[in-house]
Design a protein around this ligand. Structure first.
Ligand SMILES: NC(=O)c1ccc[n+]([C@@H]2O[C@H](COP(=O)([O-])OP(=O)(O)OC[C@H]3O[C@@H](n4cnc5c(N)ncnc54)[C@H](OP(=O)(O)O)[C@@H]3O)[C@@H](O)[C@H]2O)c1
Length: 334
């Protein structure tokens, strides 16, 4: 790994998904890493890529501070007298949360933030570039507000905007949603014609991009889309998931989401629209490009996680059954 000068890093998070991969890379690169979490999740749980040696080395090296980052007094007390030169804010959702950290650590050299491509306003022109407008009404408006706050506070910030993240340990049922249905030999329900184009990025490639912005002058006060290099249709994603699981091609049932009143229940794990970004800016500035194509990345996730755990969430096909019953199995007209 190419090394940035050793930093004393505070990571907000680090114990669920992205942060677990990133913290390991940072420790391996020689940085001092301290995780701030509530301490509900284990601090150095073994992850699929760990060997006995790497896990022991990581467990010995990583430090922990226990606090709820939403509790202003707890954050103030926990960080009193502590010196860090870099913050990786992986789990922040609202600007006030970042503000507390900036107040407590006024002399940071860099604040690296996990934002989301979900902040973009839907647009007729794709892929999304970092210069595209954000949507102040989106569910991710807190990410947008945080980026604005970081700019306003004059801190040297870098924001990473992932699209859909996948890989072993994924807590969101993305690839797992398909793997469950494939394992059960169920038909896969896909909204519309299944030709909606989307984009997924492997968690390890994301962690590498996060690492590569550290101390990088080009990344000063910049946002970067991070995801896979290519885009995929919904139907294509189903087929790649089946390939990853070593299963025959599943039956695809295209349905009209508007024909069903499902309330808040989700009949498909991805937003029903074209949604993808350009990662060209990150490739130009960060000496980074994804190592995983989607087929290899899905295989990695299946082999290291789903095939061993059977999934992080229990399979639930009740919504599929509702749609199948209501829709019959007719395809959406071409
Ligand atoms: N999944 C996607 O497709 C996607 C796409 C775009 C962006 N994102 C962004 O990616 C990030 C996901 O990060 P991750 O979960 O993988 O992060 P992570 O750094 O691996 O870990 C998150 C940890 O944060 C701790 N935490 C939660 N609430 C806390 C609180 N109030 N105070 C202190 N610690 C707290 C939890 O541990 P304790 O319970 O022990 O506190 C949790 O294990 C989010 O910012 C999300 O918006 C995700």
């Amino acid at each position: 790994m190419a090394s940035a000068a050793p930093s004393n890093i505070l990571m907000l998070g680090g114990t669920r998904f992205i942060g677990q991969y990133l913290a390991r890379q940072l420790v391996e690169e020689g940085h001092q890493v301290t995780l701030l979490t509530r301490g509900k999740a284990p601090i150095a749980a073994r992850i699929p890529d760990d060997t006995d040696e790497s896990h022991a080395a990581y467990s010995d090296a990583v430090q922990h501070i226990a606090a709820d980052r939403k509790d202003a007094d707890a954050v103030k007390n926990a960080l009193k007298g502590r010196e860090f030169n870099v913050v990786y804010d992986i789990n922040g959702r609202e600007a006030e949360e970042a503000d507390l950290i900036l107040e407590a650590l006024p002399s940071l050299e860099q604040y690296i933030y996990c934002s989301s491509a979900g902040l973009y306003k839907a647009s007729h022109e794709l892929p999304h570039f970092e210069t595209d407008a954000g949507d102040p009404k989106s569910r991710h408006k807190g990410k947008l507000n945080t980026e604005e706050l970081l700019e306003k506070r004059g801190v040297n910030w870098t924001s990473i905007r992932p699209v859909y993240i996948y890989g072993p340990l994924n807590y969101n049922p993305v690839e797992e949603w398909f793997f469950h249905r494939i394992a059960a030999g169920r038909p896969i329900l896909v909204p519309g014609k299944g030709n909606q184009v989307t984009q997924l990025g492997h968690v390890k490639d994301l962690a590498t991009a996060f690492r590569k912005v550290l101390g990088n002058p080009k990344a000063a006060r910049q946002a970067y889309n991070i995801s896979g290099e290519r885009f995929v249709t919904f139907d294509g994603l189903v087929r790649l998931c089946a390939e990853a699981a070593g299963a025959p091609e599943p039956e695809l049932v295209h349905f009209d989401p508007k024909a069903h009143d499902l309330g808040k229940a989700k009949a498909f794990p991805l937003r029903d629209q074209h949604f993808f970004t350009s990662i060209a800016k990150a490739q130009a500035d960060l000496d980074w490009t994804p190592e995983f194509d989607l087929a290899a990345g899905l295989r990695d996730s299946y082999e290291k996680d789903f095939s061993k755990t059977g999934g992080r969430k229990k399979a639930d096909f009740s919504v599929d059954d509702l749609v199948l019953k209501g829709a019959g199995k007719q395809a959406v007209p071409a």
